[in-house]
Ligand binder design. Sequence first.
Ligand SMILES: *Cc1c(COP(=O)(O)O)cnc(C)c1O
Length: 473
Amino acid sequence: MSDLDPEEFRRLGYAVVDWVAAYRAGLGGQPVRPPVEPGSVRDRMPALPESPQPLPALLGELDRTVVPAVTHWQHPGFFGYFPANASLHSVLGDLLSGGLGVQGMLWSTSPAATEVEQSLLDGLAGALGLDPAFTWAGGGGGTIADSASSAALVALLAALHRGSGGAWRETGVDGTERVYVTAETHSSLAKAVRVAGLGARALRIVPPAPGTLAMSADALADMLAADVAAGLRPVLVCPTVGTTGTGAVDPVRAVAVAAAPHGVWVHVDAAWAGVAGLCPEHRGLLDGVEFADSFCTDAHKWLMTAFDASLLWVRDAAALPAALSITPEYLRDSATDSGAVVDYRDWQVPLGRRFRALKLWAVVHGFGLEGLRAHLRAHVALAAELESRVVAEPGFVLAAPRSLSLVCLRLAAGDGPTRALLERVNASGTALLTHTVVDGRYVIRVAIGSVATQREHVDALWDALRTGRPDGP
Ligand SMILES: *Cc1c(COP(=O)(O)O)cnc(C)c1O
């Protein structure tokens, strides 16, 4: 039994592309999140076939079994969580990557997979206005991780390595390590602390500056000094640019200043908001990143690139390999030994890695930086309009300052009515919203950023919000 021959692949490939095109074209008419009973998809799955089946049968199964039970993340009415925009440019780039089918774990296992990634990350560092120290020529470098969560984990491992003078590789952790976050920091930091074996006691929650949701750098400085005096070892602090709940921005510069005397690794988590640095008017968000040790932003949230593509830059290109490199004989090769190449396996937990750079390249190539800026700006403008409508509407409350394209709102009538409103909008199928809690109150988040979202969809959402509240407009 052989694989598809290239001619069959061509024919079936067109059919698959047609299917995807029809899916995207028809998305607006689907409920964003269809109701699904637990177990119903498994119940409908056919038994594994003994004999080969034709592709159209599989596409038919997708229509019957899969599409009715997916949440349509590319739907123009998707306003939940943060967007995970998978532009069709990036889908084509992903196809090219799959077609090449290479492993980029070492430079020598596919030199282009490594060098295209290096070059793109250098280019994007420039486009984001990052300090040249984060480029390869500047002694640092960038990589594409699968997720911001993985990026945080490897940053923590590099921090443990540096903070222990390398002893950590031999002795492991000793229970004195401490990691500094806020109550708004993404849970991936707590997970990284757990995975690294530090235990939850290592996690120190720095309070916010009064009246804000952003880390107090003064409180951080006090906690660091107190912990050092108590014989503990501060390892890493993670300021967030654009928290997941409300888009709050920690003061990266002041955090870095507080961290510096103790040699603490500063990892900036800008998973969602960081890409806005492409627009000069938003570059102030990245103020102070030039003093950080690592910086992460997801191309797979707002930057049009299908999951997974999380961009991670470090100031010291040797930091991650120092913490992570282990070289068995079968991975030894002369390019590595020459020291002239980067082996990205040493920048991540797994050995193997996909040629992720191709889908990112397809995005930057297809939209141009100009197109990407226009995409970001359109969503920020729509969010600003929605914000003014919320402010002007009696009974509605802006629950946090708007952050870029994220608007947080609630009803003055209280938590119950706000939750009922969210549930009503979601049940209508025209939009998907998610929530957070701010100052103990239930808050609706509107994250504008789906590739297909236009003014009409935000208008429709506002109508649904206004007319859907329990006491009516
Ligand atoms: C979404 C998000 C993450 C996690 O992103 P993944 O790439 O899915 O791991 C981390 N931090 C922040 C601030 C986020 O918004």
